[in-house]
Design a protein around this ligand. Sequence first.
Ligand code: AVJ
Ligand code: FE
Length: 438
Amino acid sequence: TPVQDEDALKELIAAELSASRDRSLGLTTDVLATPELLTQVSPLMSPLVWDLAHIGNYEELWLLRAAAGGDPLRPEIDGLYDAFEHPRAERPKLPLLPPDEARAYIAEVRTRVLGTLEDVRFRPDNPLTAGGFVYGMVVQHEHQHDETMLATHQLRRDAALPDPDPAAAPADGGPGRDEVLVEAGPFVMGAEDDPWAYDNERPGHLVDLPAYYIDTVPVSAGAYLAFMAAGGYDDERWWDPAGWEWRCSSGRRAPGFWFREGVQWLRRRFGRVEPVPLDEPVQHVCWYEADAYARWAGRRLPTEAEWEKAARWDPAAGRSRRHPWGDDPPDATRANLGQRALRPAPAGAYPRGASAYGVRQLVGDVWEWTSSDFRGYPGFRSFPYKEYSEVFFGADYKVLRGGSWATHPLAARGTFRNWDYPIRRQIFAGFRCARDAA
Ligand code: AVJ
Ligand code: FE
């Protein structure tokens, strides 16, 4: 019966709320001394104590007040934690809740939310709660901030997080650097009836693409080094004009966190220095670097639609899958997600995670830059608020797809869209290449 379904959904929601909170606390309470919660390691990032209370304030706004109709708990702090009122650079100067108060506040919000969960009805005629939407939105919001907090940790100089030994990534020798043909024709792009998909993933719609080739694996650090060794950073021919300007004004000549010692390239990863692993997908490159590499290699970045068709379309069945491998949820044999390791798996890993076209690692490991600007799909309707997606639509932001090793499986469905400025390198982003078939 529907009621039983609703109870099962509520149990799942309670479990997911608790899992995302464990993760947030693990990234703040357990591993950090108080002063480090308060400092800002880069003007690009918030102090971790801001993320922490913002997570709870978002939950108060959407679950306590909007979904359950509850009374405001701390309305006077709404402004402090409104991302649009205060850009990241000015957050450390705000009268933020100190760490203990922030933890107590988010715990109190959570207690009240769980207290109301039983009485909330997920009526199909209320789009906010239908299918548990707003609960899914809040859980995914917390996980997205957790990934942002990991990027903050990566920017710190000192080792802060335990570095779990990654369970060996399943591989079969890998297809190497290879490409597959995706034949011309239409496919279904976007989410059709996924209750936890965001507004920017909807509506599902047909997109007809010309034939193209796409890489079966992400571009490796070793391949990227070849671009560097060939003088790629010094050759204006490979760069978008705005990218060349970024290259010259920033002085960058290598991916983020890389540095050279004699003839060897090293990198700093969560405070530890290690040789750059040549077989790992390259990480911490901006869109301009990805674009320049692709042009140097005689190729180009895939469009967002090309990425999604290669990831989700099943040409034999004539339908789009939820994930590259099918509709089963992600697990450790299919994709490197959920912060199991603090790094991508080698390019070519996860044969069981391949898409219908045989393309690997589309989900997990590194976010993949696409050539596309972030825009609404035909028929887009903002829901439940314009500041999640709509205010970012336009030519300023490029779309990233597929999630990284730091992305939680709940936000790793094949329709999920991420976006950032083309100069950004602190996110866990790499890329793969494509080319026209004609
Ligand atoms: C989708 C990752 C670009 O972090 O700015 C967090 C997610 N939205 N709080 C971001 C988000 C509101 C968003 N990204
Ligand atoms: Fe947020």
